[in-house]
Design a protein around this ligand. Structure first.
Ligand code: AN7
Length: 364
């Protein structure tokens, strides 16, 4: 007798990726060769400890986009950018990156059969991201300079050579990334009151605002959130309501170590239109939020991602009673083991493998 394993219609299993899911909202057609790793459909996790900490009957949610296939929200934009590059007949892509874009470009580009070049600031890319770009097969070119310099260079490269630029100035990137706002609305059943989000090159804040606005205009939600963007204090080019470039940005959150945000003007306009703002949080505030999330919520994000929660805590006295607040966690903590280990102490050196020694170490 043979038994058959019943197939279950698990939501995660059935999820076909974000282009297939949101096809009607995206600039794709039947001829678009979709390159997907089934990105998107990331969980919205209630932050119970944070909600208690904030009080005011507010409910805080974490949109954990670090659970995408390459561990960051960049996969949303990259499935679109790579599919459209292929559709246009491109054979190579290029980007500048603080790490996550390079990992996503490497994975999707490689999967799509394209040659991938990534320029990264030498010495300022988290270990896991570098490992990803290399293992996925990208040509990694470190430069003696920061992200802003790398970005200026890849713009010229894409102008002069046959390669498609897949930084977020590529309009398909933000189209893909706006789907995160669609998911948040569907998961909550309405748009949130606030959306707290890290800001680096300022594309993602802009993309979320596009997504919320599209659902709002379609009448699928009744409101749009206040967009609360947070830069690292050492790279805070947008906090005065305009773009004032920072020549030498510095922050522990290397993902957002960006002094001249490419989408800065759009992000500032989006925040203003939403009644929100772009503010800055210090490295210490970022690290506190990073540890709080890991210890009390069980969510390990990378330092840059924790700036959304650091910002929420900084602005806590402005939170309205009963507000629904979503903090976007853009990347996975495993990408940056160095920062995690630096902030923790291993209390014991190796001890004898005996019950007595272990009981003593445990304090019994
Ligand atoms: C984890 O990978 O710019 O404001 O080159 O990796 O849309 O730039 C990464 C940015 C937030 C900022 N969180 O988003 C890159 C890069 C994480 C990031 C941001 C980034 P944007």
């Amino acid at each position: 007798m043979t038994t058959m394993l019943a197939t279950r219609p698990l939501a995660a299993h059935a999820w076909p990726g974000l282009i297939a899911t949101y096809r009607d909202y995206l600039p794709v057609n039947e001829a678009t060769p979709v390159v997907t790793l089934r990105e998107g459909n990331t969980p919205l996790i209630e932050a119970l400890h944070l909600s208690r900490l904030i009080g005011r009957s507010a409910r805080i949610w974490l949109k954990f986009d670090g659970l995408n296939p390459t561990g960051s929200f960049k996969d949303r934009g990259m499935t679109m950018a790579v599919s459209k590059a292929k559709e246009a007949g491109s054979e190579a892509i290029v980007c500048a990156s603080t790490g996550n874009t390079s990992a996503a470009a490497a994975a999707y580009g490689g999967r799509g059969g394209l040659k991938v070049f990534v320029l990264v600031p030498d010495g300022y890319v988290a270990l896991g991201k570098l490992a990803q770009a290399l293992i996925y097969g990208a040509e990694v070119i470190p430069i003696q300079g920061n992200f802003d310099q790398a970005f200026a260079l890849v713009r010229q490269v894409a102008d002069q050579y046959p390669v498609t630029l897949v930084n977020s100035v590529n309009r398909y990137r933000l189209e893909g990334q706006k789907t995160a706002a669609f998911e948040v609305c569907e998961q909550l059943g309405e748009a949130p009151d606030w959306l707290c989000i890290p800001v680096g090159n300022a594309g993602n804040l802009t993309a979320y605002w596009m997504g919320f606005s599209q659902f709002y205009q379609k009448g699928l939600v009744r409101k749009r959130p206040r967009m609360m963007g947070f830069e690292a204090a050492g790279a805070a080019a947008l906090i005065h309501g305009k773009v004032i470039p920072i020549p030498n940005p510095e922050t522990i959150a290397t993902a957002i170590r960006i002094g001249n945000p490419a989408s800065g003007v759009m992000a500032v306009a989006s925040a203003r239109q939403s009644g929100g703002t772009i503010d800055a949080v210090t490295d210490q505030e970022i690290l506190e939020a990073y540890h709080l999330l890991a210890r009390h919520e069980g969510v390990f994000c990378e330092p840059a991602s924790a700036s959304s929660v650091a910002g929420l805590l900084k602005c806590h006295d402005q939170i309205p009673e009963g507000a629904n607040i979503v903090c976007v966690l853009t990347g996975n903590g495993l990408k940056d083991p160095d920062t995690a280990l630096k902030g923790c102490t291993l209390r014991h050196s190796a001890i004898a493998p005996t019950l007595e020694a272990i009981a003593m170490a445990m304090g019994f």
